[in-house]
Design a protein around this ligand. Structure first.
Ligand SMILES: Nc1ncnc2c1ncn2[C@@H]1O[C@H](COP(=O)(O)OP(=O)(O)OP(=O)(O)O)[C@@H](O)[C@H]1O
Length: 286
């Protein structure tokens, strides 16, 4: 079958009425998921624990199959993992026996072997690896071992490794979840810079609403039991964002709105109200 070449009018990712039920589960992990994600979009996913964020990301990555519905990337059905869809997880999963540079080049070398390794593509891969090292500010650590690096640096290596094959889609599952607050801020600006430079479509799962708004052009809020899309928020803060934005009244208002909705969809609000009733407190007194 022949597939169309790149067409900016066709969304990069198309999800139509997608359902996923794990074997033996009483409820769908994903139900009626409908979403288009454009080329070069940065979309973030938030929602209460268990609402299916990771399952959806893994399904887009081809690591999970769906039960029904349609999932297309570049107009083609997803049937498994592909080098065009790179994943970055919370745990850096670097190879401890390889240096930083070897880690970054490793997957590219595997791919090159599949396509008859030539000196030209080895050279191109080396140039790309050097450029990514610079982009990630890791030049001084090229020959370091992963255990000699901080968590933030290890995650930068993992991102560089994911970018090595020039993926059209970068799928990120709470990639900064294990980092301290200051390192996360640095990573936020770094990943936005990477997005502008590499022009990949980024799908990013997080628990952190502030992170979701700061990074995303859209924030998709999912709800649990069954896992579904509740609300899609357009983030109206343009492309040039600095950390100060996180303190702007409009930013804080959107954050409050999303947090409130997460509480409502997760049942946490009802739990809180019950707790207040039991303890004789009202919303006004706490
Ligand atoms: N391999 C699996 N087998 C069976 N059920 C699973 C499996 N993976 C996930 N689930 C279930 O699917 C639902 C969605 O899980 P998922 O991990 O995608 O949610 P999540 O929103 O990413 O949660 P969290 O924010 O806690 O990581 C949950 O009810 C979970 O228990």
């Amino acid at each position: 079958m022949r597939f169309p070449a790149f067409n900016p009018l066709v969304p990069k990712i198309q999800i139509r009425d997608l359902h996923k039920r794990f074997d033996g589960a009483p409820l769908n992990a994903l139900e009626h998921i409908d979403l288009d994600i454009a080329h070069n979009e940065f979309v973030t996913f938030v929602g209460a624990s268990g609402c299916g964020k990771s399952t959806l990301l893994r399904t887009i990555g081809g690591l999970e199959t769906h039960t029904s519905g349609e999932l297309l990337v570049d107009g083609r059905p997803v049937t498994g993992p592909d080098i065009d869809r790179a994943m970055v997880f919370q745990h850096y999963s670097l190879y401890p026996w390889m240096t930083v540079m070897q880690n970054i080049k490793f997957c590219r070398q595997l791919a090159a072997h599949r396509k008859d390794l030539t000196s030209a593509n080895v050279e191109a891969a080396s140039g790309r690896a050097d450029a990514l090292l610079r982009l990630m500010g890791l030049q001084a650590s090229a020959n370091a071992w992963p255990n000699q690096l901080s968590g933030g640096m290890q995650q930068r290596v993992a991102i560089a490794r994911a970018l090595m094959g020039r993926p059209g889609i970068l799928l990120m599952d709470e990639p900064f979840g294990a980092l301290d607050a200051q390192t996360r801020e640095v990573m936020h600006d770094l990943i936005r810079h990477v997005h502008r430079l590499e022009r990949a479509t980024i799908v990013f799962v997080t628990h952190d609403v502030e992170e979701a708004i700061y990074l995303g052009g859209r924030v998709v809020l999912m709800a649990p039991r069954p896992g579904r899309i509740d609300t899609v928020y357009d983030v109206p803060f343009g492309d040039q964002r600095t950390q100060d934005l996180k303190h702007a009244p409009e930013f804080l208002a959107l954050k409050r709105e999303i947090l409130e909705r997460i509480r409502e969809t997760s049942g946490m609000k009802t739990d809180l109200e019950q707790l207040q009733r039991l303890s004789g407190l009202t919303a006004e007194t706490v």
